[in-house]
Design a protein around this ligand. Structure first.
Ligand SMILES: *Cc1c(COP(=O)(O)O)cnc(C)c1O
Length: 418
């Protein structure tokens, strides 16, 4: 977890007091620190590329805001996109099609046709997808997502690589599917794995890369020389105070050694999402209500699971501080809860906080990954705003929706208006 500087008890984010960001733009607001975003990108790219030619494909589902994409584009990143919407959003942000890989799962023919038409590389997820793509377009470069039989993640819902997973080509079909692709007139360029999201241990990566190395060699024996191996994303980040960071340098050294020693493949792709954006962003929300309910005390804020769903959906921990009372002694333990009409609407449980009062700015840490991008309109609440903070100044990069936006795509049949 990141530590922040403060001035007179007020947290500084990107050089700017959080009270000023909240005051200027309103709450709830996702604030993104441009310098940290760039640092995170450079750190993970540097760790791998010092051993082997490595291309980072930022997994944009973590945060698809155009300004964030533009920053990563300028850093030289490429993209991992999981829908035609993500592909088009990245093209809109300035990525050329040759920098985007589409990794779908249960992709419809309609989406395949759209993606193939945009000229991006397709990462094949099943035999069915390959055969269906062949009817639409051939001759294009492909990658093949293999299920390595190893899963990892911060919870069961985000493990994606274990045996029997809904993702990827089952291991026993991997070589056959690549051979079939050649027969159909495609050019197999790489093999891919993605074991899951937010796991903090190195072993699952090592085990899965071992499997992928074996697949690459079996392909070579069958006359298919690969350009690259793509080891996916999933590098975890510490959300709790004093939680150790994952040793990315060590991970990079171990995995690249396995590939360099074990195969002829000399290009690596990695797809970090969370690692790049997570700690570059906080969610600023305002305390609107304080309640002592006897067995529990509540800090009511203006962001709920419509704004940040991870605690409600995965029981995820996000660190919380009162941004205008940093360093003050805590007075009691509180649940931080939002305005959504469900008891599951909590952002944090049982946290020691310093005398919360109405008007305080409550800071939710590490909100950059799967924060805004998973937010919803539940309870008819407009999506919130995002600002980019750089060098002590904040700029709006996404307006909050208006109430009218909730009705934009709706129709009332004429007969109901009579
Ligand atoms: C979600 C996803 C990632 C990124 O996962 P993180 O945990 O955010 O790094 C990478 N590759 C694929 C195919 C994904 O679906």
């Amino acid at each position: 977890m990141r530590e922040f500087d403060s001035k007179d008890g007020v947290m500084l984010f990107g050089g700017m007091p959080v009270t000023e960001i909240a005051g200027e733009f309103g709450t709830p607001v996702y604030a993104i620190d441009e310098a940290r975003l760039r640092e995170n990108y450079r750190r993970v790219h540097g760790a791998f590329s010092r051993h082997m030619d490595t291309q980072v494909h930022y997994a944009c589902k973590a945060n698809t805001s155009l300004a964030v994409l533009k920053i990563l584009e300028s850093e030289g990143s490429c993209i991992d996109a999981v829908s035609v919407g993500e592909v088009m959003t990245c093209l809109k942000a300035g990525f050329t099609p040759d920098r985007v890989i589409f990794t779908g799962n249960n992709v419809s023919n309609e989406e395949l046709r759209a993606v193939a038409g945009l000229g991006v590389m397709i990462n094949i997820d099943s035999k069915s997808e390959l055969e269906r793509l062949a009817m639409i377009k051939t001759g294009i470069p492909l990658s093949f997502r293999v299920t390595p039989g190893v899963g990892s993640g911060h919870g069961e819902k985000v493990k994606t690589g274990g045996e029997g997973a809904k993702f990827g080509i089952p291991l026993k079909e991997a070589v056959g599917t690549c051979l079939r692709a050649k027969e159909l007139g495609f050019d197999p360029k790489g093999v891919h794995m993605h074991i899951g999201s937010g796991g903090q241990s190195v072993e699952p990566f090592v085990d899965a890369v071992g499997v992928i190395v074996d697949v690459a060699n079996r392909l070579k024996d069958n006359g298919i020389a690969l350009d690259f191996i793509d080891i996916g994303g999933g590098i975890g980040v510490p959300y709790r105070p004093n939680e150790p960071e994952m040793d990315v340098e060590g991970l990079a050294a171990d995995l690249t050694e396995m590939i360099i020693e074990g195969t002829d493949v000399r290009k690596l792709k990695i797809e970090p999402g969370r690692y790049i954006v997570c700690d570059a962003c906080v969610l600023l929300t305002r305390c609107v209500d304080v309640k002592d309910a006897g067995v529990r005390k509540y800090v009511g804020v203006d962001a709920g699971f419509n704004t940040l769903v991870r605690p409600a959906m995965y029981d995820s921990y996000h660190h919380v501080e009162i941004g205008n009372k940093l360093g003050r002694a805590c007075t009691a333990k509180y649940d931080v809860v939002g305005p959504i009409c469900e008891s599951g609407d909590h952002l944090a449980r049982c946290r020691a906080l310093p005398d919360p009062e109405e008007g305080d700015i409550v800071v939710i840490y590490d909100a950059g990954a799967y924060g805004f991008s998973m937010s919803s309109n539940y309870n008819s609440r407009p999506l919130c705003r995002e600002v980019l903070v750089f060098d002590g100044r904040a700029e709006l990069i996404r307006e909050s929706e208006r109430i009218e936006d909730l009705w934009r795509h709706q129709r009332i049949p004429e007969r109901l208006l009579r």
